[in-house]
Every structure is written in structure tokens, then in C-alpha cells.
Design a protein around this ligand. Sequence first.
Ligand SMILES: [Zn+2]
Length: 338
Amino acid sequence: MSELHKFLFDGLPVRGMLVRLTDAWQDMLARRQQAGGYPQAVTELLGEMTAAATLMQANIKFNGALILQIMGDGPVKLAVAEVQPDLSLRATATVVGEVADASAGVVKLSDMVNVNNQGRCAITLDPKDRQPGQQPYQGVVPLFGDRHEKLEKLSEVIEHYMLQSEQLDTRLVLAANDKVAAGLLIQRLPVKGENNLEGNQAGQSRADALRSADEDQIGVNEDYNRISILAASLKREELLELDVDTILRRLFWEEQHTRFEPLAGDTGPRFACTCSRDRVGSMLRSLGVAEVDSIIAEQGQVEVGCEFCGTQYRYDPVDAAHLFVLPTAGAPGTDHIQ
Ligand SMILES: [Zn+2]
């Protein structure tokens, strides 16, 4: 069963999370099988993205969808993983052309999505109660590090994003194959009072407060660095094959940590698609009656497949005509209704 585990290092401002997607991930891949499936390297990239998006959503607990996207300039044009606040999730990738063979080792980002240095990674937070006209928040980063070196692993791209955009030190280990998509996240929590020295340090001079904050900072960094190095020693095969208890015991047996009740089953990460006939209908309406009529004239029906779950939505000429007959038909402003 797919599961998400959270833990805190006792007395240290360091937290961790481990996700293992098994049935949820296999379900998504099986649906894609009808359309031919993904090349191995794309399966691995998309699995890592799905694990990473789950960790990020669980980390910030955003009241809306968290969408992790890579817009590629190579054979992988687009890869998307979307996670809802209840940890239901879906993912898809669009592949055009040949992707390098993954059997010889992990295929680099620069071979799949950053061939001409134009690849981008976007993280979008789309609030559940978004008002009409309100834009979702989106952060977009190139697939390069601070020294303009190409980043070749998704984990590096997201670590870089978290540091640049959120000022959060993060260590991420990701791995996926056609059975499991998994990830380990270690993060340094912001130090208490770090940003509000003046407000919380009554009776202490500002210089003293700054000095003690600096000293705290050094200790905190040492703790974080030590734990993050332990996390980074986790090998891809271990993350894919070992159970969570074994992984955490092997990595952190010398570090006191408290684990929370894992999230699994109905409250854990699981596949669910948010597509519906209503949404497809709205999309077709936005194309306009002329466009829809021309598809009907050409193909006899309109067929729209969901990229995420594979559901086919079919509209015969009668269904299609109904799309444009709204209760408000004839009212002013409905000029597409004849
Ligand atoms: Zn769907």
C-alpha cells in the first residue's frame, strides 16, 4: 500500500518525510499502458516527480492543488504531477521522439528535458477557493545551478528551488521504477525567532540577541548537515526495495527521532483523477460551436481522452449540440448560440 511517513529529530529543528507509492503508482502506469506506456527513463522521471510533489504537498499542507511540472525542450515535452491536499494524486507525461535507453543507467535531465538549455521546472499552487480571475501562485526555475552548471537530477532542481524561493535547506533523495516511486525529504526548520529578534528578545540588547541567534544557527546547521549527509547516503536501490522501518533504522539509528502515525489507505497518497464530463464539456464550449461543428463534420463525433487517467469522453452530434444549448440560451451575450 502507498504510504507517507513523517518524523522529527528530537530537540533538533530538523524534520523528515518518506513516501513510498506502490499501488497508486502502478495504477497510474497501468492506465497509461493502453496508450503504449512510457519509455523506462520517463517512468523513472515521472515517478520521481510524483514522489517529490507528494512530499512537497505534505510539507506545506496547501489548501489546493500542488502541481509540479517540467516543460522540456527534448523528447519529453511536458511532465506533470499534481497532488491535492488530501494526498490524492495524478501524473502524466507527453513524449515526442526517442528517449535514451535507461537500462545502461539513469538518464540525465539534459537528455530528456534540457537538451537545448530551455527546460524549465514550475511549481504551481492553485488554491481550492480561487476567485474568478485570480491567478494561481507559480514559481518557475531553469534546470541550472548557481554556477550555471546543468542540474541532471530532479532532486537537485527541487533542492535548489526550495533554497532559492523558500529559503529552506532541503535534502531530497528520489527514485522510481515501474513498481515503486519513492522519496526521502529532510528539511531544516526555520529557527524560532529567526525573523523576529526584536519582538521576542525583551530585556536583551539587539547585539546579544543577534549573537545568540548566530550561535544557535551554527549548532542547528551542524545538526542539519549531519542528518542531511546521512540521508544523502541512501542509495536508489535501498529506497526502492527496503521497507520504511528498515530505511529509517539504517540511516538514523544514532539519531533520536519521533515518528508520527503513517498516512496510508484513505488518508494516504492514492491515485484519483479530477477529470469529469462536465469539465470536458466546459473545455469544448470554450473552443466554440464552429470548432466543435467542424470536428463533428470531419470525424462524426468529438472524442477527448484524459491524459491522466485514460478515460475517453465521446460526444456524438446530439451530445455536441447539447453543449451549446444552455439554460440561458437566447439571453443577451450568448452570441455563440444560434
Ligand atoms: Zn482523468
